[in-house]
Design a protein around this ligand. Structure first.
Ligand code: OSB
Ligand code: MG
Length: 373
């Protein structure tokens, strides 16, 4: 089968509360959705996790849409056979843009697996029917507000709390949350590159608070800085922004720049590359967990499939719909205890709800066929 038609649309979902990190504040999540239809009628969806601005990564939503429209879909329309494993090789001559590539590969995976009646979790080699999950808590307006937010998520049942930190919002919030919720709370901190190696002594003071990991303190390309910090801290260093491929993961692990890896399919070019990172990390005894990009239900359902692989031993940033949005574009993702069920249906296991799509889509969806190119 070939791709007969594709559609690009942008949805805009208001966040229930603003999400502030060291990179900026988000109040609305805009997401680029890719739908493909094969020549035998099967449909598949993919969510592109590129954000409005190129702050977390060099990609951004409008740029990703342009790339998909002008380069990625034309390359895929030329493919005689829609094998998911053939998508990345067919796009490899186009440099970079992992988030855009991941979105189209996911749409193809969803279409092909739906046609085969196979779930994404089964295809990837998942071994769990539900996965433990946590919440990523943004930088708050004050310490009282932070404690209220953490209390709400702990009461809801989440297995782990991750605090966003930056210079001026680090030791005190971490200390207070540890003191208030006790030794039993699994707690981590994510700096989103807000520090430099000159801050190493300051960051080492986080060792007092028994964090499960410290995520990405330094710039994405500073493997050496992370390795030197890892050598002087007891807290395990986890990399997020630095891990852009399986090769980058191998280099980071070899350099001892991290002892834990955050895997985000968008950041690494798709679920198949994400699985390669899982495999190499498992072989190296490096725990992994599934990160998040404030995805809609579509992206989070797919992430649940990835997180069901055996090496995902730490709770992921895959929270229930109620943590992000009043209304989702899929059936709501719900928490069950400290876990979320892995979808069992074919492909991603969900399809966006047409009424919700209608309500959230900004501008007319763009339809692309081999003839329109
Ligand atoms: O660094 O993990 C991050 C959201 C957007 C961009 C980067 C990050 C995040 C989060 C939120 O931490 C995770 C989630 O989707 O809940
Ligand atoms: Mg992160």
């Amino acid at each position: 089968m070939r791709i007969a038609e594709a559609e690009l649309r942008t949805v805009a979902l208001p966040l229930l509360t603003p999400f502030r990190t060291s990179l900026g504040t988000q109040t609305v999540r805009r997401a680029l959705l890719v739908r493909v239809r094969g020549t035998e009628g099967e449909e598949g969806w993919g969510e592109c996790v590129a954000e409005d601005e190129p702050t977390y990564s060099p990609e951004y939503l409008e740029g990703a849409a342009d790339l998909i429209r002008r380069f990625l879909l034309p390359a895929l329309f030329a493919l005689p056979d829609l094998d998911p494993a053939g998508v990345a090789p067919a796009l490899a001559h186009l440099r970079g843009h992992p988030m855009a590539k991941a979105a189209v590969e996911t749409a193809v995976l969803d279409a092909v697996l739906k046609a085969r009646g196979l779930s994404l979790a089964a295809y990837l080699g998942g071994v769990r029917r539900s996965v433990r999950v946590g919440v990523s808590v943004g930088i708050a307006t004050g310490l009282d507000a932070l404690l209220d937010t953490v209390d709400r998520h702990v009461s809801a049942g989440y297995a782990r709390i991750k605090l966003k930190i930056e210079p001026g919002w680090d030791l005190e919030p971490v200390r207070l949350v540890r003191e208030t919720f006790g030794a039993g709370l699994m707690l981590t901190a994510d700096a989103n590159t807000a520090y430099t190696p000159a801050d190493a002594r300051h960051l080492a003071r986080l060792d007092a608070y028994d964090l499960t990991l410290l995520e990405q303190p330094f710039a994405p390309d500073d493997l050496d800085g992370h390795a030197r910090l890892a050598a002087r801290m007891d807290t395990p260093i986890c990399l997020d922004e630095s891990i852009t491929s399986a090769r980058a993961a191998t280099a980071a692990i070899r350099a001892r720049a991290c002892s834990i890896v955050n895997i985000k399919p968008g950041r690494v070019g798709g679920y198949l590359e994400a699985r390669r990172i899982h495999d190499l990390a498992l072989a190296a005894d490096v725990p992994v967990w599934c990160g998040g990009m404030l995805e809609t239900g579509l992206g989070r359902m797919a992430n649940l499939a990835l997180a069901s692989l055996p090496g995902f031993t730490l709770p992921g940033d895959i929270s229930a719909t109620a943590r992000y949005y009043e209304r989702d574009i899929t059936a709501p993702v719900v928490l069950d205890g400290d876990s979320i069920a892995v979808p069992e249906g074919p492909g991603i296991g969900v399809t966006p709800d047409p009424a919700a799509l209608e309500a959230f889509t900004s501008g007319p969806p763009e339809r692309l066929t081999p003839d329109t190119l």
